[in-house]
Each structure stands twice: as structure tokens, then as C-alpha cells.
Design a protein around this ligand. Structure first.
Ligand code: FES
Ligand SMILES: [Fe+2]
Length: 353
């Protein structure tokens, strides 16, 4: 079934990768006096905290003779370049030039490129352009709410954001890449409704029962039908929800950060509510998440190598409908257009896993 809706022109505006917020660090890794070096969309960034603990992100390039500020040190909220010791404050202004001695005068014109930041839910976000209030950092489901635990992991994938995001909401690969641990091949017929709407893809699965690896025994003892939904939110978020009843709910939400064209840093939150098992489950949730993600890192590394050699050319089946929709959204962004202008589409798909 395909339902079409005419695109509206009311939100017509230029959208690029730089229109969005990206995670640049975990709050807990950016302690006072820590200097982090990061790459987002090919831009080199230095991240540190100012005197009051506020996050500062500057271009990682000293104005003087272009050393890397991220190799420097922070003293009381000021960043010192490792080459000749120029110091930068939280606004990127030069506040000390040792070679100028007593004659040093602060100049407004001497200012490093500075980026907007937001600290939220234990993440530090950066914006590489002028922030658009329509696009705020993604709200992580149930993060920090009572009754919920979050296990947070960070992994680097040698592939694009699009291929990473697609992998995180791709059921067919789970039986081959993660046999036993996540799913095993059973030739089970599943159904899904895939909706593309407003720059997002939403997937609702049906007929999924107990094929979830070792998790099944704990999460879904009776083997009843699992409520499972996946979503993709432009340009880099995926969220998976399994709901197997009270105290058996789980979200896996990933924010894929484009470092360069073929390197993606993925921040993943596994947020779950297992009732009295919440704390006990933590090490197992962590171990399982890392095990599964490492298997995906290998699979996406292989895919990335082939694409680098022969280019990207996919042969899609109905089970790849989600990917086709995600790619249509990402293509719009590449063209500098607003993916929310794409027509709404709904597809009913069956596939076997
Ligand atoms: S290059 Fe940074 S102080 Fe000289
Ligand atoms: Fe996977």
C-alpha cells in the first residue's frame, strides 16, 4: 500500500549536514583542564571547559603560526597553545602573548573561530553553523528517568553515517552477523510497516516472537509477540525499541557522528527498564552491546572497503525499503534541500529472517 501526500512548500529552506547538532564529547570525559581533539564533518575542533565549567569548542588551529590547540593545556579555563604559548579564553579571544611581554594588548580582531555548544543528558553537542531552532539535539528516550538505566558506549566505524544508521535498523543482517547472540536464522516470516514522513523513517514490526538470542529467555519467557519499532531521524539518529511488557522494555539509540567521509563515531545508549534486574543487568547489557557493535564494526569495515574500491551500487529487495527511504532523506540533505518536503510514503513489507 502506498499513500502519497503532496509536498508542501511552506518550510522551504536550505538544509545541509551542518544544519544539525552533533555530539562532540561525553560530559564526563571533559573534566576541568582536559583538552579534547575532535573531528566533525572534516572540521578539526578543540574542546575544553572555561573557568566556570562552560564548554568551549574552537577551531583546532592557533591564530599565530597554526599549531594545533588541542595539543596544548588548559590553565584556569584558558587554553594555551603548545608552540609559543598564546592563550585563548572561552570566547576564543587571545588573552596572553608571551613574546609581547608587558606590551600585550588584547585585540578584538584576534579571535579563534568558535562554535555553538549545548550540554544535555551527559552529551556535549556542537553546531558548525548558525543553529536553527527547528533542529535541536535529539532527546534520548527515558535517559535519567527513574526506573530506567542507561549503558552508554562509543565506537568508531570505518564507513559513512548513512551506512551505519542503516545497519542499526536492519533486521536481516542480525541472523548472519550476530548469530546466537542477537538472532539466529529461522526462516521466520515477519511483517513491517515502513513510513517515511517529515525527514524520518518509522518502522513497526509484526509477528516477531522469541528470536532474540540469549535475551529471549530473560526478556520474553512466554515467547509472545514482541512490540518492536525502529526509527531514523535525520540526519544521523536511529532508535530501536523492544517492548515485551512491564519491566521488559529496551531502547537502543545511536547518534552517528560524521568525522570524515568514511569515519563515523557512534554514540549508543542502551536504555532499559528491567525492574528489579536493572542494576544486575548492567554488565551483561554492556557486554552484549559491545559484542554486537564490534561485529557490526567488522561488517561495516568490509562494506566500506568494497565501496571505496568499486563505488556504492546497491541491489535492493523489499526488505531494504527502510534503507531506500533513509537514502532518499540523506540525498535531499546532500543536495542542500529539506527532506521534510519529500512525500509521505507508507509501505507494507514482508521478509524472512
Ligand atoms: S603557533 Fe600557537 S602560539 Fe605560536
Ligand atoms: Fe548489527
Amino acid at each position: 500500500m502506498i499513500r502519497k501526500q503532496q509536498p508542501t512548500t511552506k518550510n522551504k529552506q536550505q538544509i545541509t549536514q551542518k544544519s544539525f547538532w552533533y555530539i562532540v564529547a561525553l560530559s564526563r570525559e571533559l573534566t576541568a583542564n582536559t583538552v579534547l581533539s575532535r573531528t566533525v564533518l572534516g572540521e578539526w575542533l578543540v574542546v575544553f571547559r572555561g573557568e566556570e565549567g562552560e564548554v568551549v569548542v574552537l577551531r583546532d588551529r592557533c591564530l599565530h603560526r597554526n599549531s594545533r590547540l588541542s595539543k596544548g593545556k588548559v590553565h584556569r579555563g584558558q587554553l594555551e597553545c603548545p608552540y609559543h604559548g598564546w592563550r585563548y579564553d572561552k570566547l576564543g579571544h587571545i588573552v596572553a602573548v608571551p613574546a609581547e611581554g608587558e606590551q600585550f594588548q588584547p585585540l578584538q580582531s584576534r579571535c579563534a573561530k568558535r562554535y555553538a555548544t549545548i550540554e544535555q543528558e551527559g552529551y556535549i553537542y556542537v553546531h558548525l553553523d548558525t543553529p536553527n531552532p527547528e533542529f535541536l539535539p535529539f532527546k534520548m528516550p527515558f535517559y535519567g528517568q527513574s526506573g530506567w538505566e542507561t549503558v552508554r558506549v562509543v565506537n568508531r566505524f570505518p564507513n559513512t553515517v548513512t551506512n551505519c544508521a542503516e545497519n542499526f535498523i536492519d533486521i536481516p543482517h542480525t541472523a548472519t552477523v550476530h548469530p546466537g547472540i542477537f538472532r539466529s536464522p529461522r526462516k521466520q516470516r515477519l511483517e513491517m510497516t515502513v513510513t517515511r514522513k517529515n525527514g524520518s523513517v518509522f518502522v513497526e514490526y509484526r509477528k516477531e516472537t522469541n528470536n532474540l538470542g540469549w535475551y529471549s529467555r530473560f526478556l520474553n519467557q512466554r515467547g509472545s509477540e514482541i512490540q518492536h519499532t525502529d526509527s531514523f531521524v535525520m540526519p544521523n539518529i536511529t532508535s530501536v525499541e523492544y517492548n515485551m511488557g512491564r519491566h521488559r522494555r529496551l531502547f537502543i539509540t545511536s547518534q552517528s557522528i560524521p568525522e570524515t567521509d568514511n569515519s563515523t563515531l557512534v554514540y549508543t545508549d542502551v536504555t532499559y527498564n528491567y525492574g528489579i534486574w536493572n542494576k544486575l543487568a548492567r554488565p551483561l547489557v554492556y557486554w552484549t552491546a559491545q559484542k554486537i557493535i564490534q561485529q557490526d564494526v567488522v561488517a561495516l569495515g568490509i562494506q566500506g572497503e568494497v565501496i571505496a574500491k568499486y563505488g556504492q551500487s546497491f541491489s535492493n529487495t523489499p526488505a531494504d525499503t527502510i534503507h531506500v527511504f533513509v537514502e532518499s532523506i540523506m540525498q535531499k540533505i546532500e543536495q542542500g534541500e529539506d527532506p521534510r518536503e519529500l512525500s509521505e510514503q507508507v509501505r507494507e513489507v514482508q521478509f524472512w529472517v
